[in-house]
Design a protein. Structure first.
Length: 197
């Protein structure tokens, strides 16, 4: 599976509907994380497709939060995205705002790591380094258990995501930390450029 859009067109589409730095940071983070997972899971040839699903998964959230995952197909179709990408985007909200179940391994990973990248990002900002580079799973697990910390990141969704993959929570955390380490610097630079460039 290769994307029908260029990365440049996808980024332009993202920026058409997303202006908040936090949302751009999240989109670019999940893009980088999905690219890492494609390699890790033996789907290196589809890495661009996995990454694009990550980049565009929340495309409708900033402007249509009440229609999250329901407005997205229209925006993506108009932008030139293919149906497989639209299916993946819709499936990340399964059980919350969508009835499209994650089926493909890529969709299961997107579902599992979306909320978790939010939790990891919040935990990283609390560290002296402000980075995931020196973050260990043990400290992330403490943040996961502390329900008051980053309360908006649903622990249930993260747990459910790991279950769907047949992974333990620790495995999912370990891989997602590695994935975020791989793209942290590039994502920070590109977010900065988009917001102030
Ligand atoms: Fe998201």
């Amino acid at each position: 599976m290769t994307p029908t859009m260029t990365r440049e067109a996808a980024l332009e589409l993202l920026c058409k509907y997303n202006k908040e730095p936090f949302h751009l940071l999240h989109a670019l983070t999940v893009e980088g994380v999905m690219r890492w997972f494609a390699q890790d899971q033996g789907y290196g040839a589809e890495a661009d497709f996995w990454a694009m699903a990550g980049l565009l998964h929340d495309i409708d959230f900033e402007l249509w939060p009440q229609e999250h995952c329901r407005k997205a197909p229209e925006l993506l179709r108009a932008g030139g995205a293919d149906e497989a990408l639209i299916h993946a985007v819709c499936s990340h909200g399964y059980g919350l705002c969508s009835d499209v179940a994650p089926e493909h391994p890529m969709e299961k990973i997107l579902f599992a790591c979306d909320e978790l990248t939010g939790l990891i990002g919040a935990a990283a900002r609390m560290r002296p380094s402000k980075s995931v580079q020196d973050m260990e799973v043990s400290s992330l697990k403490k943040k996961f258990k502390d329900k008051k910390f980053a309360a908006g990141c649903s622990r249930d969704v993260i747990r459910q995501g790991a279950e769907r993959l047949g992974w333990t929570l620790e495995e999912l955390m370990e891989k997602t930390i590695l994935a975020m380490r791989s793209c942290e610097e590039a994502v920070a630079g590109e977010t900065e450029a988009l917001c102030h460039g």
